[in-house]
Design a protein around this ligand. Structure first.
Ligand SMILES: NC(=O)c1ccc[n+]([C@@H]2O[C@H](COP(=O)([O-])OP(=O)(O)OC[C@H]3O[C@@H](n4cnc5c(N)ncnc54)[C@H](OP(=O)(O)O)[C@@H]3O)[C@@H](O)[C@H]2O)c1
Length: 308
């Protein structure tokens, strides 16, 4: 009997060891060894929202280098023009600009109308829903809720604009039976995130919407991918680049390598690893850890404001 239990124990251990090994190997292959994805098979044009800074600007640069013509949606005309200049000088891509403040529903609706028309005239094969806003620093919800402007930004930029802009281009993709939609969520979208409640919840919406759309459009040849990064060094995160918080260039290179190969990923090997570890911590401990981490960032932000 004891022998039998021991054998079952080894079998279970072996099964989990195999699972972990195949998880690690598949990610090492995708992020490190696989050939670059051929984006031309989806079409000639890629749309990137929030393509004027951070992760979105890098998607625009790297998709242009990969041979795509680029449509950048952004709110700041000067930054849009600067991106067009940079990309056209460094690649053979044509760049078109759509100016819209995606926190304003009327401007988003107008941008979506423009993109719908573009999708009827051009082969838009890739859409990256990247534009996003977060809190300035972790904070109790009632203090965020008092700021109508912040609420508009979080709900409209992170959720509503993604929905409207996807609706504008995915129909044409499904008619052509090819396409790639990449929605940028966040590691927080899968975790209980005290003091970032509204941001994390807006990202949870992105995650759920992406997973539903994926199955809706699978048989139409349209890939719908969820990228949910942990910390990336940018204007939003305000952290310096390092192994666990890559610069946008490094992050997007790896996220692009995962397109069509991983349906849901953090987009970067060490973030996937971090996510797997954090998700397996018991929820009560996870919540305590995240609360105390965010509370200390909050206290630090208040001290800094007092000094200035
Ligand atoms: N950085 C991270 O650690 C991290 C982690 C998880 C998830 N993410 C997600 O990754 C995405 C990109 O973040 P990031 O770090 O690259 O941030 P970022 O550097 O702040 O860039 C955000 C982009 O969104 C644009 N944007 C913001 N509000 C807008 C509005 N109202 N209308 C139009 N465009 C607007 C910004 O435009 P301007 O150039 O005009 O500011 C910028 O191009 C976001 O969805 C974010 O939630 C980031």
């Amino acid at each position: 009997m004891d022998d039998k239990i021991e054998k079952i124990g080894y079998l279970v251990l072996g099964f989990f060891a195999l699972k972990v090994a195949s998880w690690i190997l598949s990610r090492l292959w995708v992020f490190g060894l696989a050939k670059p994805v051929d984006f031309a098979k989806f079409g000639e044009w890629a749309v990137i929202t929030g393509g004027t800074d951070g992760i979105g600007a890098e998607y625009a640069r790297q998709l242009a280098t990969a041979g795509q013509n680029i449509i950048i949606v952004g709110r700041n005309q000067l930054k849009l023009e600067a991106m067009r200049k940079e990309i056209t000088e460094s690649s053979s891509a044509t760049v078109e600009l759509v100016r819209a403040d995606l926190s304003k529903q009327d401007e988003t609706a107008k941008a979506a109308e423009t993109l719908k028309q573009m999708a009827n005239e051009k082969q838009i094969g890739v859409l990256v829903n990247n534009a996003g806003v977060s809190y300035d620093f972790p904070e109790f919800f009632h203090k965020i809720q008092n700021s109508a402007e912040k609420l508009d930004q979080l709900v409209n930029v992170n959720c509503a604009s993604m929905v409207q802009i996807t609706a504008a281009v995915i129909g044409a993709m499904s008619e052509r039976k090819t396409g790639l939609v990449v929605n940028i969520g966040s590691g927080t979208g899968d975790l209980i995130c005290p003091l970032l409640s509204l941001y994390a919840s807006s990202k949870a919406f992105v995650h759920h919407f992406t997973k539903c759309l994926r199955y809706e459009y699978e048989s139409y040849g349209v890939h719908v991918q969820l990228i949910s990064p942990h910390l990336v060094s940018s204007k939003m995160s305000k952290v310096r680049a390092g192994l666990l918080q890559p610069a946008p260039k490094k992050f997007v290179k790896s996220a692009l390598a995962s397109a069509t190969r991983l349906q849901s990923t953090c987009g970067y090997f060490f973030h996937d690893l971090q996510h797997a570890l954090v998700s397996n911590i018991p929820a009560s401990l996870q919540n305590k850890l995240l609360f105390s981490m965010h509370e200390s960032i909050r206290q630090r932000a208040y001290r800094k404001m007092k000094q200035n």
